[in-house]
Each structure stands twice: as C-alpha cells, then as structure tokens.
Design a protein around this ligand. Structure first.
Ligand SMILES: C[S@@+](CC[C@H](N)C(=O)[O-])C[C@H]1O[C@@H](n2cnc3c(N)ncnc32)[C@H](O)[C@@H]1O
Length: 242
C-alpha cells in the first residue's frame, strides 16, 4: 500500500519539525482576522483547525486523499472553515483567491515548478506562502530519496537544499523573505503539543507496522533512521510579486 493510503487508513499525519515548526511558520505568516487562507496537503487538519480557531481566518484545506480531507473538514467546521479533496497541481479555485497559503511536508512529493506555479496562481498579489520542508543536513544524498520513494511507493520524493528550494520559489514569482534550517527534526515545543506530537507519532508507527509485513519493519526502521541522519526541516516564507 502506498504512503498516502497508509496515512488515510491511520488518520494521522505529521511533518518534520512538529508543532514547534508549525507555530514558527504561522507566526512568520502574520495571519490577520478575516483573511482567506489555504492549507495545501492539510492531512488530518490539525494545523488548519488551529489556524481557524487561533487567528479567526477563513480557513480552507485541500488534500489529495478524500478521507483525510473529510477528517479535516470535521475538525475545521466548528471554526467556520472548510476542506475538500483536491490535487495541488489542479486547484479548484479562481486566480487570486487567497491572502496566504502554507504547506507542511507536501512539496517533497510534488513536481516543484508546476506546484509552486499553481500556488502563485491562487494567491492574491503580495500573498504570503509558508512552507515546512525537508532539506539536506549536510551533503545531498540522492540514494536516500530513491530508497524512500521505493519504500513509501510514491511517484516522487525529492529533498532539496535550502538554496534549491529558494530558487524554485523564485522561479514561480515569489520573493523569499525567510529561509531557516532547523537544527533537528524534533524541536522544543510546549508540553501539551510535544505530548500530542509524540502520541501522533506512536499512533502512526503502530498503525503502519500493522499494515506492512514484518519483513519490511527493518526496512522501515532504516528509512526513519536515514531521515534523521541525512535531513533536517526548514521553514520558508515567501511573498508573491504584487
Ligand atoms: C506527510 S503528509 C503531511 C500532512 C499535513 N500537512 C501534516 O503536516 O500533518 C503529506 C500530505 O500531502 C498530501 N498530498 C500529497 N500529494 C498531494 C497533492 N498532489 N495534492 C494534495 N495533497 C497531496 C497527502 O495526502 C498527505 O496528507
């Protein structure tokens, strides 16, 4: 079974850097009351619902997997938000719809130029885009991407350097205002969020272990070790040209 279907079955999604990275990215995005915002690849909808509740924005989420989009909708609906199943490469929104958008651990799976152009299309002029994505800890190690692609059974999995991500954003018409590599996958966050991240990680790990054969457990453990060894999360904040 492919990775996104695993996520859909377990109903748990995560991103590198955890809640600490999310809060840092949202703070940099400076969301304002009433703004229309878009969570790209919203997964189970935790960030989407938090943003709607905390910043009183009109929050919309999209995810490729219908069950994850439905779960997000249930979570964000009490705060006036909405979520739907859609592909980031063909967003069902008019040009210049959103004031801000973000993506957490999604673009690593996408064809970058097309996906960034689609984000630029739906953002208003001067619209802000935040992203949490994997970068190389040191020298690039392309074999890790190939192994991960095979293990996760996804068509694409490409980690880029901080500079390469920034260039891709610039090529789609963004000005990169902020690009920061975090020192490690797990950063300090307030205890309730740290506990919630740890609980989500355990649920995901047990959920996945139940669905893959024991022969693949070792492969999975090596993959996770490689993730920590070769990559670190980074936060990007970019603005669409106005
Ligand atoms: C690693 S998960 C992260 C989910 C969520 N952002 C989070 O941090 O919990 C990646 C998500 O991207 C979604 N995704 C992958 N490709 C997509 C695409 N082309 N369009 C929309 N969503 C996509 C997957 O279904 C999955 O929910």
């Amino acid at each position: 079974m492919a990775f996104f279907q695993w996520l859909e079955r377990t109903g748990v999604t995560l991103h590198p850097g955890g809640w600490a990275a999310t809060q840092r990215m949202l703070a940099q995005l400076q969301l304002r009351v009433g703004e229309r915002v878009l969570d790209l690849g919203c997964g189970s909808g935790r960030t989407l619902a938090y943003a709607a509740r905390q910043f009183h924005v009109q929050a919309v989420g999209v995810d490729l997997m219908p069950a994850l989009a439905a779960q997000s909708y249930q979570r964000v609906r009490p705060y006036g938000g909405f979520a739907l199943a859609a592909d980031i490469l063909r967003l069902p929104f008019r040009a210049a719809t959103f004031d801000a958008a973000w993506a957490e651990s999604v673009f690593v799976f996408l064809p970058k130029p097309e996906a960034f152009q689609e984000v630029a299309r739906v953002l208003k002029p001067q619209g802000r885009f935040g992203m949490i994505e994997l970068t190389w800890r040191g020298e690039p190690f392309p074999e890790y991407c190939e192994q991960t692609r095979q293990f996760l059974q996804v068509p694409r999995y490409e980690v880029l350097t901080l500079q390469e991500w920034s260039k891709m954003l610039q090529a789609a018409g963004f000005t990169v205002r902020y690009a920061e590599k975090l020192p490690a996958h797990a950063a300090f966050s307030p205890l309730p969020f740290w506990l919630s991240d740890t609980w989500a990680l355990l649920r995901l790990a047990f959920g996945l272990a139940r669905q893959v054969s024991p022969a693949r457990w070792r492969e999975g453990a090596i993959k996770i070790a490689s993730l920590f060894r070769y990559t670190v999360p980074a936060i990007f904040i970019a603005t669409k040209a106005g």
